[in-house]
Design a protein around this ligand. Structure first.
Ligand SMILES: [Zn+2]
Length: 281
């Protein structure tokens, strides 16, 4: 599932190229992927992307003179490639005048990834609910504290809540909490100042390191999974790279959380809350 680092690396690796030529054609726009009909895809033809940017887990391709904005949300299985032509399985393709194409594909049979062609005002409206961007210089410890107070969830749920903080999903929530040496179940509103500092440093550090690492792997499109170097995520039973003890997993809210008991929970093994709720009821 692409999260902030994959998407941000794509933007940094591809934005100059995607802004250099006007759109010549939109050869593919699958009806299940393109969620809007007005303006039509042809409205992009002849226009140049003036900006390519990311907001939370969405990519925004803005056009000159406040023209239509192409918004893309890849969900879990959507992928983007940039190069000559587009794969047969593309669900969306945009061809530029130099014959380079931006192509979106989606693995599996379900069509969950989406694209929208919207006015700049409609985009602003659709993004208004999103929380702060963690790589924005304005996102300091005080901003994190304010977000934690407004969204008093357990930390793993807080990090995944796009209204609380933008762009983080399951994988980086696991990585961030491991780096911060905090329990996924800790209550976000009752962290000590020192824990808050650690969490802030881990959010910014993990996301920016991963983004930098993925930029060279994004030259042909969205970085593939091979580019990951997770320390706890999806590593059940493997050794924690910090303490050497075993990585555990626990189910919570239909998510699987990976963590190191030694580094994060004073050695305690977390109970599966879904299961314990079933037993209690
Ligand atoms: Zn550990």
């Amino acid at each position: 599932m692409p999260e902030l680092p994959e998407l941000e690396a794509f933007v940094r690796a591809q934005r100059d190229r995607l802004r250099s030529e006007p759109v010549a054609e939109v050869p593919v726009a699958h009806f299940a992927t393109l969620k809007t009909v007005d303006p039509p895809p042809a409205a992009l033809v002849g226009r140049r992307f003036s900006e390519v940017r990311r907001r939370a887990k969405r990519l925004l391709f803005e056009t000159e003179d406040a023209g239509p904005v192409l918004m893309v949300h890849l969900m879990s299985a959507g992928r983007l490639a940039v190069g000559p032509g587009h794969p047969k399985s593309s669900v969306l393709a945009v061809r530029f005048e130099d014959d380079t194409e931006l192509a979106m594909t989606e693995g599996g049979r379900k069509r969950r990834a989406g694209a929208w062609l919207l006015t700049p005002e409609a985009v602003a409206e659709q993004l208004a609910h999103l929380g702060p961007e963690p790589l924005d210089p304005a996102f300091d410890t005080a901003a994190l504290k304010a977000a934690l107070e407004q969204h008093p969830h357990r930390l793993h749920a807080f990090l995944r809540d796009q209204r609380a903080i933008a762009g983080i999903g399951r994988a980086y929530a696991n990585e961030i909490l491991h780096a911060a040496r905090l329990s996924p179940y800790a209550n976000g509103a009752s962290l000590t100042p020192e824990q808050l500092e650690r969490l802030h440093a881990a959010i910014v550090g993990q996301l920016s390191e991963a983004t930098e690492r993925l930029i060279p792997l994004s030259q042909k499109g969205l970085a593939a999974k091979a580019g990951h170097d997770y320390r706890v995520h999806d590593r059940l039973g493997r050794q924690c790279p910090v303490c050497g003890n075993e990585i555990r997993q626990v189910s919570f809210d239909e998510h699987t959380i990976y963590y190191c008991p030694t580094c994060q929970t004073d050695g305690r093994v977390l109970a599966d809350r879904r299961l314990s709720r079933l037993l209690r009821d």
